[in-house]
Write a protein that binds this ligand. Structure first.
Ligand code: ATP
Ligand code: ZN
Length: 656
């Protein structure tokens, strides 16, 4: 920072920080030490043990408390005079609306997921507040600056779509462990312990290609996965085991076509794998049957009760079977409050144990090598180990950019990329920000084309698969001309809510005014101050491999959403193939996982004409980055710089 004048100016500015995690802790400390005196801080999370190694404002005694509040208190201890307002909540909550954002001179993001980043981007655009956006993953990091009308917004550039897998690969023909992990996480775990009302187009029952499963069978299937009266937990677990690893595989084998060119899976039955073990073991043996309300233990572990100590050891089939049985029993005995609403969380030890065991058993059946819990957890949770030093560098860069913004030096602002190996002796590579992309559907309201089979797709499909998942819209209002087709909100009258709900499952073509080729839908989200128009185009068929959603959004964001993205992920200790880094498997992920999250992207041809510095560094940068697996297909597109967009979800967790 330059002059005394600047310093005094900074003291008056009010800034908003979003995220008090790895970057956020560093950022808050650096902000106050730089002289910022008015800071609002939003974080929705509470402190976990696994945060402590890098989120240095937190101590063991803080575990379970609000990150935002503890971070504030910790900083006030060494800078008591600073005015810090801590908000424990989701930045997407309606209390953080455009007016809330307008009170700040700049917004600084230290987030870990695409969904929240997009949301903050939209509010910053709406409020006209500049945004400094950041992300780290391992040694890599970036800080980007977004000023409405002057630079790209956060969404001007393509973000790689989360990896998705064809439904049939997951349900019928897995060939990699990640397919089995997706199956265990999204199907088996969800089916046994999740919200059964959630519609899923996947089922634990292995689907038989070419044969439709009748609703009667589906019904039977739902009942099958419920505890029967008089049945012990162990009997239930054993019944589920034989069904999903034995019977369902036998059914799948009946479809000879499927296995002509593939290795046939082996059905697994419990009496063959654990022939002498009919009884409960571990802690599950302490109580039997439908015992009610035993004390709930959120940290209960099947490994612990079975005496399996090393998370890096690959369990054999028997051990996987024992963990599978034990974890189901423990869920019923010690986690019964979670049953019916469980969602996979990488920090949930018992859920990770269940997923590891179920995935390994399925892998074994399909002749796929099994993995240790440590590796499986990394894959299921998309974990890349964080490095505190990278977070600290990135936080420093965020503050530098904020200072430039607040002292009228916006032309000095830079996007800065932190690389693993020096490029021209630089580990921090600065790039001049690009101008706004005139084809951006967020900041330029470019119309989009919605390609969909209007006879089979429903409005629910459009809302879930397109508006929420792909376009990041939270509370969509959908109009066709002047007719309102859908809206949400607490103030909605019951009869209107019922009316919209009744339409949700109707196909688009069967709407009162059919929604088919030529129709333009207008989508708005008032909270985000977002609007766009979707030009509907009926299309009969979609490629199951490349278009598993059966819906495409094209136009200028075609490359953003639908194109196959280069896989440029840095290697981590847990990685053995590209799938590891692509969360949101099979398109089923909730948005969180999304976490996730996008990884690396290129400046595509659509931005030709935008100004880019470092042109001369391009080749060098390419070479350097190639060396550590960052560039997969540099040749395919013309580009001037490599951009890491945002960061893979869940990072460092060394507590296994
Ligand atoms: N929508 C949101 N609203 C408010 N805070 C958010 C939102 N999404 C993410 N965050 C916060 O952003 C922070 C990101 O920090 P970080 O990447 O270090 O993640 P973490 O959850 O602390 O660590 P890990 O993912 O490795 O467990 C977290 O504290 C998280 O709670
Ligand atoms: Zn934009």
């Amino acid at each position: 920072m330059g002059s005394e004048e600047d310093r005094i100016a900074i003291e008056k500015e009010k800034v908003l920080m979003v995220g008090a995690g790895g970057i956020g802790c560093e950022l808050l400390k650096t902000l106050v030490l730089t002289g910022f005196k008015h800071i609002h801080l939003i974080d929705m999370d509470t402190i976990e043990v696994s945060n402590l190694n890098r989120q240095f404002l937190f101590r063991k005694s803080h575990v379970g408390q609000s990150k935002a509040k503890v971070a504030r208190e910790a900083v006030l201890k060494f800078r008591p005079g600073v005015d810090i307002v801590a908000h424990h909540g989701n930045v997407k909550n309606t209390e953080f609306d455009i007016d809330f954002f307008k009170q700040f001179s700049v917004v600084l993001n230290g987030l870990d997921n695409l969904e929240a980043r997009r949301h903050v981007n939209r509010l910053c655009l709406a409020a006209g507040v500049p945004l400094v956006e950041s992300g780290t993953t391992g040694y890599l990091g970036q800080v980007t600056v977004h000023i409405k009308g002057k630079t790209e917004c956060y969404e001007c550039q393509p973000k790689p779509a989360p990896k998705s897998y064809p439904v049939c690969t997951i349900t019928s023909t897995p060939s990699k462990l990640i397919h089995c992990i997706v199956w265990a996480k999204e199907l088996a775990l969800a089916k046994l312990f999740g919200d059964k009302s959630q519609v899923s187009d996947l089922d634990v029952r292995t689907s038989v290609e070419g044969k439709s499963i009748t609703s009667e069978v589906e019904n039977d299937d739902v009942k099958f996965f419920e505890l029967r009266s008089g049945e012990s937990f162990r009997q239930f677990a054993a019944r589920v085991f034989d069904r999903i690893f034995g019977y369902n595989i036998e059914i799948a084998l009946q479809n000879e076509e499927t296995w002509k060119a593939r290795r046939q899976p082996d059905p697994l039955y419990l009496d063959k794998i654990l022939p002498n073990q009919q009884e409960e073991e571990g802690s599950a043996a302490e109580e039997n049957g439908n015992v009610v309300e035993i004390e709930q233990h959120p940290s209960v572990s099947a490994m612990a009760t079975l005496g399996l100590k090393n998370p890096q050891k690959i369990w054999d089939v028997q051990e996987n079977a024992r963990v599978f049985l034990e974890s189901i029993q423990l869920f019923f005995k010690r986690r019964s409050k979670d049953i019916g609403k469980l969602v996979f969380d990488k920090d949930d030890q018992l859920a990770v144990e269940f997923v590891t065991a179920a995935a390994n058993l399925r892998a074994h059946s399909f002749g796929i090598p099994m993995q240790s819990l440590f590796e499986a957890k990394g894959m299921a949770g998309n974990i890349i180990h964080a490095i505190a030093t990278t977070n600290a560098c990135i936080a420093g860069l965020i503050v530098l950019e904020a200072l430039k913004l607040l002292t009228n030096q916006t032309e000095q602002c830079r996007m800065t990329y932190c690389v693993e190996h020096p490029t021209r002796k630089m580990l921090l590579v600065p790039v001049e920000p690009a101008e706004p992309n005139s084809h951006c559907y967020v900041c330029s309201e470019t119309p989009l084309v919605l390609e969909v089979n209007t006879v089979t797709a429903t409005m629910r499909d459009v809302i879930e698969k397109v508006l929420k998942r792909k376009l990041g819209v939270d509370s969509p209002v959908i109009m066709q001309g002047s007719s309102l087709l859908y809206e949400t909100g607490d103030d909605l009258e019951d009869d209107m809510a019922a009316h919209y709900a009744s339409l949700l499952n109707k196909s688009l073509a069967s709407y009162p005014t059919p929604i088919t080729t030529g129709v333009v839908l207008t989508v708005e989200d008032y909270h985000q101050d977002f609007r766009c128009s979707l030009h509907v185009k009926h299309r009969e068929t979609f490629d199951e491999e490349t278009e598993p959603d059966g819906i495409l959004v094209t136009g200028d964001i075609a490359s953003v959403i639908n194109a196959e993205q280069p896989t440029l992920q840095p290697k981590t200790p847990a990685a053995d193939d590209e799938d590891l880094f692509n969360k949101e498997e099979n398109g089923h992920g909730d948005d969180k996982k999304d976490d996730d999250d996008d990884l690396v992207m290129f400046t595509p041809e659509t931005t030709a004409g935008t100004k880019r510095k470092l042109e001369e560094d391009e080749n060098l940068l390419k070479e350097k980055l190639k060396n550590h697996h960052l560039l997969a297909d540099f040749g395919r597109r013309s580009m001037s710089v490599v951009v890491f967009t945002s960061w893979p979800v869940h990072r460092e967790k060394d507590r296994l």
